[in-house]
Ligand binder design. Sequence first.
Ligand code: BGC
Ligand code: NOJ
Length: 812
Amino acid sequence: MKFGHFDDSNREYVITNPRTPYPWINYLGNEDFFSIVTNTAGGYSFYKDARLRRITRYRYNNVPVDDGGKYFYINENGKLWSPGWKPVKTELDRYECRHGMGYTKITSEVDQLEAEVLYMVPLGYHGEVQRVKLTNHSDRKRSFSLFSMVEWCLWDALEDNTNFQRNFSTGQVEIVNSTIYHKTEYRERRNHYAFYTVNEKLRGFDTDREVFLGLYNGFDAPDAVVESQSRNSHAHGWSPIAAHHLEIELEPGEEKQLIFVLGYVEVPGADKFVENQVINKVPAEQMIAKFQKPEDVDRAVEKLASFWDDLLSVYQLEHSEEELNRAVNIWNQYQCMVTFNFSRSASFFESGIGRGMGFRDSNQDLIGFVHQVPERARERIIDIASTQFEDGSAYHQYQPLTKKGNDAVGSNFNDDPLWLILACDEYIKETGDWSILDVMVPFDNDESNKATLFEHLKRSFYHVVHNLGPHQLPLIGRADWNDCLNLNCFSETPGEAFQTTENKEGGVAESVFIAGMFVLYGDAFVKLCEKRGLDKEALEAAGHIDDMKKVVDEHGWDGLWFIRAYDHFGEKVGSNEREEGKIFIESQGMCIMAGIGLEDGRARTALDSVKERLDCEYGIVLNNPAFTKYYVQYGEISTYPEGYKENAGIFCHNNPWIMIAETLEGNGDAAWEYFRKICPPYLEEISDLHKTEPYVYSQMIAGKDAFKPGEAKNSWLTGTASWNFYAISQFILGIRTDFDGLVINPVIPKAWDGYVVTRKFRGATYRIEVSNPTHVSTGIAEVSLNGEKLEGNLVPICQEGSVNQVGVVLGK
Ligand code: BGC
Ligand code: NOJ
């Protein structure tokens, strides 16, 4: 069952039924000011940091599920409705929510009165603009009240949710004409306030939530709205809000536009006040002046659209399957930008108060957006590397506002450092910017202790070499990629955090997964050394990699697949010797991506085992058989019921590792089948089961052992976005960036006739036309550049600004 449809020409998903199986959301904002908006106008805003600078309040896991947002109410002669359906939930004669690239437009109609609300964050603007268009389609004159309402958050979202003895006495506002200012804590140490305004004279306003709603009412029936009479309340403590009340009159056929702005302002200390208690409103007035006329909004909309034209134009596919086109050209790339902006901080599954930016997450996210915003990728790499410790280990997370490592979570996730090599390698391949390796980057943000980025990579590499266990495999630490495989934790105490507890400190548990990573990204490090003429370094590092390969051969192979790890007692994890958790996906993907077993058939054997034991209708599960009881020596993985999350859920993040592994085996049909199974547009028809948005990936789909296989959770903020884009764009469609050009190596289903990819790379454009006349999966008969046959499959870097035709014929 579907709840809407794709509109590819507008790059939108159009929801036509407000009762989606879960709130289906979108993200607004690209740099500093961000909003989350649901298909029924729920959601909230923040500035840079969802925890520390929350602008409007939101209650997660609420009843009903999505309550609170950027609401509008219409009261026409006692008939109440909301353009977003919620919160009033009056049946609408028409409803449509268009989630687009950085904006959301909800249009609805009741009794021939149409209301369209556009929510957007203009580029370079610290605020959300809401354009409300009201149109009278009837042949009688209409007059009605329009109310707006947002609820302020008292800045620190965690405090806001917990410290009520204080919060209920601190709230402060000012009201001037049509603008409501929220200035809680501004009198003391904050130099920022927020405002909500409209470009029209008010009939009235409210700023005290209890007065506006009535203490015992919900958002669906505020007293002021029901009575069409705002109270002009002035908040003192309790819960400050901003609600505007406007009287609207529309002649038959008339349309009226209103512009609301929710803004955020910082004022330097000396200029904070114009007199005691009166805040300096000049910066807010300047912001407001920018959005007074409908044309101002139109222009911002156009700019946003051309911003996205540019971003998405770097990789564009023309294929006969429209689902694939919309995944590759629009939604997968859009999701990659969202994960770049938000990491794992704020979604409908991440509260914005829990996690900062992940070291491993951000490095992996980068491979999905580096082609779109290389300069910002560069900055991100430096930010991440700046949190690394001298010994090569890394803070697991850092806060985006301070960019400092997060002490509470700490370090000792032993895969973390290696992901930095992946990010740098992909960055240089995309941009050719070798200078990044010479940038002086601090350790642990200490400006007095710096080394080149190259040195940081070296420390990442040697952190593994210096931390080997009894089998000479890498020590796992608190966990590797799988946060829930906690082999040194041994937790018997309820509530203890699996990720930060190490009851077996100095533990000896080892990871075959990190061993594969070390071979893969260690090899990338060796190539970087070679390119820089550091032959001795390269040789030495290559020696360590050879050693590691031998160790994996000796201790990492179980007969039909790669072992996952060794636990504290030296017992194999992910082995046929075990009763449960015999096989894990991660070490199959990572070891084969590293090339281990490609030559001697073990890779094929392991992939066949994946097919046989892990694959199911909805994707590849993480492990099998699922754990049915708690294993103290394994930790959190065995706490999840079977089929969910890391315990045999379809953890979509590492499905692409298997896709890539299949491409390395030349098996395009298998790679494609795995891709298609979890690719959102292909799941649109089962939206009722899938539950989360059909336009983006979710972290997890319940696996074959679950109560409800096929049901997804944790949409939007997941490494799934970047890895799937990486797999389809570079390994299946096979347009791979390299230091000296684009390597062309498609591995596709035999049935495909061909496709065209337009790729912008190092300032030139390449129109790559792939044809498959003999219906093979892989193998290249010929590559030509502007009509001339090339030796091999490397398309060299062409002149900046040039447009080039690349012909690719698959076959023998
Ligand atoms: C989740 C993981 C997550 C970790 C860290 C665990 O409970 O299952 O997916 O990475 O917490 O937040
Ligand atoms: C989500 C985390 O953000 C990521 O870092 C981790 O690799 C996966 N969960 C798997 O546990």
